[in-house]
Design a protein around this ligand. Structure first.
Ligand SMILES: *Cc1c(COP(=O)(O)O)cnc(C)c1O
Length: 405
């Protein structure tokens, strides 16, 4: 398979990102972080610890349990801690809080900044459930919101209020893939003492390090690329300097914890994150480039393409692109769209993404907006390019597009 020009970018960026020559590359870190064979009979992987009660052998140890590394199942086990440590190494975080879903990683981060009268800034293209949590959970508690144009950049300063407590960022945005100016937004936030959180699910944490850019919290649906196999729900909140202890205790007060089997599966997925991301990147770029030339396609939304409006910002901040992007086909009625979709061999239809298998769904981004318009003149689609051979995927899409006629 021909390698994409971005593989070069990735290699150069990742090499430049190493802090010192003695620091390993991120791919190496992903293979070694969080492991401790000496403690586990030499086993390469940290075992699955099913535990609620943790016993202390003496009263003195029981009295000192607050400083014990493992004290109660809800507060974490060696399995969940190994995953936390590996996510922290990937995200360059001070520490990581695990949640049972990506949606809960969002909710916990929002709730931790919620006070009656607090004001949050949310991008208009935010992941749908993030918007619904704002409107249906936090608004009734007295939090106010401004949904902002994701392309606002430094202009976000005009939206600040005295009560603004949090700026949410998603890069690129869900379904429509606009690339925000992360640095401009973070500069405004920092100058005004406002916290920032970035939904980093698209890059898998492999192609973007928000915390190194001054973002306070980098959250991911671990369900997607970290797990990578479409069989676990998981969320991660990677915390910037000085913020981990507070977030960990806040999540603990809410009773948030994760099951050891799920933590084990996500950690297993992370060991191969680097090779999977490179394959997702190369295959998605091939398919995006192919789609851009098709007469049925009005436009492709993929920041890794040189023609994309977000390409310059993407190139400045990211070291690569993942397997998820959007495109718009000419207006089509539902019956003809069904003819195309129902006959696909390799593209499944369903929610989520980030697994080994390809997915394709029609989307309706306009109904998830309130501050900006989305009318691209046709049917918006979202594709997750999996780990299949790209030539097979292109053949499948070619036959599908032909069925539209
Ligand atoms: C899927 C997704 C989430 C939520 O993750 P779940 O694990 O499904 O709850 C959050 N953000 C983005 C961008 C997502 O695509």
């Amino acid at each position: 398979m021909p390698t994409s020009p971005h593989t070069e970018l990735t290699d150069a960026r990742i090499a430049a990102d190493k802090k010192a020559t003695s620091d390993p590359h991120v791919q190496t870190t992903l293979c070694h972080a969080g492991r401790n064979p000496e403690k586990h009979s030499g086993a390469v992987n940290v075992p699955v610890f099913h535990a609620s009660t943790i016993l202390f052998p003496t009263l003195e140890k029981l009295d000192g349990k607050a400083s014990a590394p493992v004290r109660y199942g809800r507060r974490g086990t060696p399995t969940s801690q190994a995953l936390e440590d590996t996510v922290s190494a990937l995200e360059r975080a001070e520490g990581t809080v695990l949640t049972p879903s990506g949606a809960m990683a969002i909710t916990v981060t929002l709730l931790a900044h919620a006070r009656p009268g607090a004001h949050f800034l949310i991008p208009d293209n935010a992941y749908g459930p993030c918007r619904h949590t704002c409107n249906e959970v936090l608004k009734p508690m007295g939090v106010t919101f401004t949904f902002y144009d994701p392309l606002i950049g430094a202009g976000i300063a005009d939206l600040l209020r005295d009560e603004t407590a949090l700026i949410w960022i998603e890069a690129p945005g869900s379904q429509t893939f606009e690339m925000p100016d992360i640095r401009a937004i973070v500069d405004v936030a920092r100058a005004n003492g406002i916290r920032t959180a970035l939904d980093n699910t698209w890059s898998g944490g492999y192609y973007l390090q928000p915390i190194s850019m001054g973002v306070d919290y980098s959250i991911q649906a671990g369900t997607k690329y970290l797990c990578g196999h479409s069989d676990v729900m998981s969320g991660t909140i990677a915390c910037g300097p000085g913020l981990h202890e507070g977030m960990k205790n806040y999540a603990a007060r809410l009773g948030v914890c994760v099951g050891p089997d799920d933590a084990y599966m996500v950690l297993r997925g992370m060991r191969t994150l680097a090779v999977r991301m490179r394959q997702h990147q190369d295959a998605a770029l091939q398919i995006a480039t192919w789609l851009a030339d098709r007469p049925e396609v009005l436009r492709v939304m993929h920041p890794g393409l040189a023609t994309d409006p977000g390409h310059t910002l993407w190139r400045r901040d990211f070291s690569g692109s993942s397997g998820l992007f959007g495109f718009v086909i000419r207006p089509v009625d539902r019956a003809r769209l069904a003819r195309m979709m129902d006959g696909l061999r390799f593209f499944g239809m369903g929610a989520s993404w980030g697994g080994f298998e390809s997915l394709l769904i029609p989307t309706d981004p306009a109904k998830l907006r309130s501050a900006t318009e989305w009318n691209p003149g046709g049917q918006t689609m979202r594709v997750q390019v999996g780990l299949e051979e790209p030539a097979d995927l292109i053949a499948d899409l070619e036959e599908g597009l032909a069925r539209l006629a």
